[in-house]
Design a protein around this ligand. Structure first.
Ligand SMILES: [Fe+2]
Length: 326
């Protein structure tokens, strides 16, 4: 297997606001400053960049220059289809004019993907959903979700689109809320260039086994990307990968390797109070240990145990491999 590559969402290196610290958890940073921080992380190869660029009016050339001096490539572009303009939804907004605006913004993001030579446009329709019973017509909402993504994918057949599903937040219920719903939608769209970006934390907060979700997406040929983090399962805490659920994340990586899935292992973490470089380094150290654990895993013995659904033997083999590699 070739050397595992690591990536991160550039927002990992930004500062954040919430409804309490409305003055922010740190001084605002521009995308350029965030790239310069990302460049200080050991073994980071690629970043996912929000579009429009945050923190100033930067040209593509300026962003490219910052990436080059930090030896970073771009894996994805994430159009911000979840900001104030889209609080009632992007693809599913009740106002056709706002739906059109979402389409335009993602179309601009497509050109960014081409400019930076990225792998995909990442769609995270965080505002597409509902909050209350009787608020929406579910059929219309789902149709708009699929029409919005499908139109973009058919207009840009040279590009890949990934949908990052998430059960909730900011919407209390999100339209692309689970692996099964998202796959169902993608199959209905029926185009080869739409897939899933599986966020480990989103899967487990939704009550999924992330390893099973990954296998399902792979079986349908739709696992185009992934990112990792950790949470307590009730919320998308975006804590450092491996901090809470090491054995489940190890199983997730095992499924990727078992299927020869060779994409980038990305971080989607939000270090509100931690040093962003130290947090990323710590996560990557854990991911490297997990990769070593996969090398050490007694796969034959594991398969034999699984053929009997022998939980304790399977767990013993996995724990020995992972914790022995730490
Ligand atoms: Fe997240």
């Amino acid at each position: 297997m070739s050397a595992q590559r690591f990536g991160a969402g550039i927002w990992h290196f930004a500062t954040y606001l919430d409804r309490y610290a409305t003055d922010g958890y740190g001084a605002p940073r521009s995308v350029i400053e965030a790239i310069d921080l990302a460049g200080q992380v050991k073994d980071l190869s690629v970043v996912d960049i929000n579009y429009p660029f945050f923190g100033g009016d930067f040209s593509n050339a300026q962003v490219k220059e910052a990436l080059d001096r930090n030896k970073l490539g771009v894996i994805g572009i994430t159009p911000e289809i979840y900001t104030r303009e889209f609080v009632k939804g992007s693809f599913t907004n009740p106002d056709a004019g706002v739906r059109r605006r979402a389409h335009e913004l993602v179309t601009e993001a497509c050109d960014q993907v081409r400019y930076f030579g990225a792998d995909y446009v990442k769609l995270w329709p965080g505002q597409d959903g509902w909050d209350y019973p009787f608020q929406v017509d579910y059929g219309t909402l789902w149709k708009h979700s699929l029409d919005g993504v499908g139109r973009l994918a058919s207009e840009n057949p040279d590009l890949k689109f990934v949908i990052e599903y998430k059960p909730r937040e900011p919407r209390v219920r999100m339209s692309f809320g689970s692996v099964a719903r998202t796959l169902l939608g993608i199959e209905k769209i029926g185009l080869p260039n739409v897939g899933i970006l599986l966020d480990f934390g989103h899967a487990i907060m939704g009550g999924e086994s992330a390893a099973d979700s990954a296998q399902l997406a792979i079986d349908y040929g739709r696992l185009f990307g992934m990112d990792v983090n950790d949470n307590y399962r009730s919320w998308d805490d975006d804590l450092v990968a491996g901090s809470l659920h090491p054995i489940e994340i190890f199983e997730f990586f095992y499924v990727l390797r078992k299927n020869n899935w060779e994409g980038v292992w990305q971080l989607d973490q939000f270090p509100f109070r931690e040093d962003s470089i130290a947090t990323a380094n710590h996560a990557i150290d854990f991911l490297k240990a997990a990769a070593k654990g996969l090398d050490a895993l007694d796969v034959d013995a594991l398969k034999e145990a699984q053929s009997r659904h022998d939980a304790i033997s399977g767990l013993k083999i996995a724990q020995k491999a992972l914790f022995g590699a730490m």
